[in-house]
Design a protein around this ligand. Structure first.
Ligand SMILES: [Zn+2]
Length: 353
């Protein structure tokens, strides 16, 4: 199913590109600007089983992106400047923001030198339990359990099922089944319980992922001193906020990550990204709470470019994902034109419901 979806998306991007459609649509759907979303930037691995590969691009592809931005008529600007232009209605030039979620070391190692080389501002959204070293990067724990075992017994709605994990193809199918089951659970707590059980049974140290992959506070502090860098909040525990039943607990997740960053950096973040960020993870309640907490902007992962109308919804901003499964320069042209997401959204501009 996932492979089929990828083929359709790729077909769609190719179709838009080769038809020249994105150029035709551009004046109508390109909006006033866009916010790009990235996670990891690091050299490709050879492993055939990489279910989280969509979250990473190579340094070479990242530089291709930066070069395209540099040679375009777009202004690459900080989140503060973006908010300012939205509020003032200053749309004389299209703009682009670059954002990274979670706070991975590879961004510091591979992306940061390139961003400095091209003098481009960018933001990093930090889930504060990651530098705190208690975070649960559960999607990577699930990958590790499946990668290291040939059979995996997992609880699906109170019933134990054994997943056949022999070979990359079956591992991918097992991952897809487990992942979609976990994402279908009603609460984040239920998801974490299943994952912790799996990690105990298969001796995967879930805390090892933030230790190995995420920046520590010192590294974040070092980046934060660079005027090119904006540090934003991304909750404490990287929870799908909409799946947190109590309003107070959801509010606390957003507010405490901001306080933790302020305590560590001496500067209070003005910007927020909702973890996972799709409609099942962030909705009207979260958009409202983020506004009440005084965040200047908050971004989801709903796909889309920005329009003047987003001025009225600064805590419900869409982003364009730079997806590791589609690392071709011509896809960038289509994505940056706004045509792909316009088709995706049925040409509806603002979606804050
Ligand atoms: Zn995240």
């Amino acid at each position: 199913m996932v492979a089929l979806r990828k083929t359709i998306i790729r077909g769609g991007l190719e179709g838009l590109y080769f038809s020249g459609m994105h150029r035709v649509l551009h004046p109508f759907v390109g909006g006033v600007g866009a916010i790009l979303m990235l996670h990891h930037v690091r050299p490709a691995r050879r492993d055939p089983f990489q279910p989280n590969r969509l979250l990473e691009i190579t340094p070479v592809f990242f530089e291709t992106l930066l070069r395209r931005l540099k040679n375009s008529a777009l202004d690459v600007i900080s989140l503060d400047e973006m908010r300012d232009r939205l509020v003032r209605g200053n749309f004389s030039r299209r703009f682009m923001c670059i954002t990274f979620d979670d706070g991975y070391k590879d961004v510091m190692q591979w992306a940061y030198p390139l961003l400095k080389k091209y003098e481009m501002p960018f933001a990093m959204y930090i889930a504060t339990s990651f530098p705190g070293r208690l975070g649960e990067l559960w999607w990577l724990a699930l990958e590790a359990v499946i990668a290291r075992n040939e059979r995996v017994a997992m609880d699906f709605a109170g019933e134990e099922q054994v997943l056949d994990c022999r070979g990359a193809e079956r591992k991918q199918a097992a991952f897809d089944a487990a992942y979609s089951y976990l994402r279908s659970l009603q609460t984040e707590d239920e998801l974490r319980l299943v994952i912790r059980d799996l990690c105990t049974s298969y001796r995967v140290d879930i805390a090892s992922f933030c230790r190995d992959l995420c920046m520590n506070w010192e590294e974040i502090g070092q980046m934060a001193r660079d005027p090119l860098v904006t540090i934003g909040a991304h909750t404490v525990n990287h929870v799908m906020l909409r799946k947190v039943p109590s309003d107070a607990a959801a509010r606390e997740e957003m507010d405490e990550s901001r306080s933790a960053i302020e305590a560590a950096m001496g500067r209070r973040p003005d910007h927020l990204a909702y973890p996972v960020g799709d409609p099942t993870s962030a909705g009207p309640r979260e958009f409202r709470i983020a506004a009440e907490l005084g965040f200047k902007t908050a971004v989801s992962t709903r796909p889309g470019v920005l329009f003047a109308e987003h001025r009225g919804h600064p805590t419900a901003l869409p982003r364009i994902s730079i997806n590791g499964e589609f690392q071709k320069a011509r896809y960038l042209d289509v994505l940056l034109s706004g045509a792909a997401t316009a088709v995706w959204n049925g040409f509806r501009r603002v979606n804050a419901a």
